[in-house]
Design a protein around this ligand. Sequence first.
Ligand code: GMT
Length: 374
Amino acid sequence: MKIGIVCYPTFGGSGVVATELGKALGQYGHEIHFITYSQPMRLDFFNQNIFYHEVSFNSYPLFKYPPYEMALASKMVDIAKFAKLDLLHVHYAIPHASAAHLAKQILAEEGINLPFITTLHGTDITLVGKDPSYEPVVAYSINKSDGVTSVSEDLKKDTLNHFKITNDIRVIPNFIDLERFKRYKKDHFKTAICPNGEKLIVHTSNFRTVKRVDDAIRIFKTISDNIPAKLLLVGDGPERVNMEVLCRELDVCDDVRFLGKLDAVEEVLSVADLFLMPSEKESFGLAALEAMACQVPVISTNAGGIPELNTHGKTGFVSEIGDVEDMSKNALFILKDENLAGFKAAALARAHELDVNKIVPQYEAYYNEVLAKK
Ligand code: GMT
């Protein structure tokens, strides 16, 4: 198959999933054409089946907001004709689904039928998509898609509850590359961070308010009041400065390190004992899956699709959003030496269920279903 993949190329979860999907499909022998405004972060290698096409758009003094969606649709038309695409797969509805619909209509004028599939990832529905300034176009373009997938049952439910959706939505969960995300032997690293055998807690996010990083720090405060522990915070974003202030207020600065954005997050996860995901919104929680693949149990909220990933009492624990006391109590339970190994093993077993080689064939099968209706 010749497949065009459209996504946000930056650090966001949807871009990561789209890029990893394209890489896997390329390895399976499909021809993949990424259409994005810059090279996807994880597309940093050569594969003969993978191509990257940059969406370029000129600015003009009249344009306070350059019309990216038009430039994207134009590029989709161009690549569909040039590469003879069979299918377009767009990740994150805004504005990719409406741009794909426009491209499809333009191509139809020339007698070309290009089906497109939209994958819903999270905030394109739960936050941005629900905003009245986008809602009519989001609903319309989901309904005009030839196929729609969602990364969790919860996100599907939310989409159906909020928008007037006439299309079927297929749930295909996110997946993990277990070749990359595994527990590496990094004893020297662990000793450097935890010289006295402290337990190591990790949180990774984009430091937006929905991630509730303050809850992660408060949970850590209780943990470290009870047992020797260290916290590594990976990522960066608008809340970072406030979080540094909070660490001072809680007097935990000596035990907390802000690492900023990291490419090799699996190296940090390899030495972690516990992962914290106290998010307010999370359609899936890819960062938690990455941790589980590295044998790290997860303390999370019950937001969105997280409970579909993190099995309560097995791979970790799930609490109400904002219930720092419960999350702290559960964290201390997992960190007991007699409990930790069982949770680690269960976390890894759950990650194996979401192995890239089990999930990507579900996308292939769905592509074939959509193409059969062409
Ligand atoms: O909003 C974000 O944090 C980024 C966003 C994205 O689309 O880039 O992440 C969403 O998609 C990820 C991949 O499917 C999911 O793992 C995240 O849970 C989801 N984030 C939210 O729902 C907040």
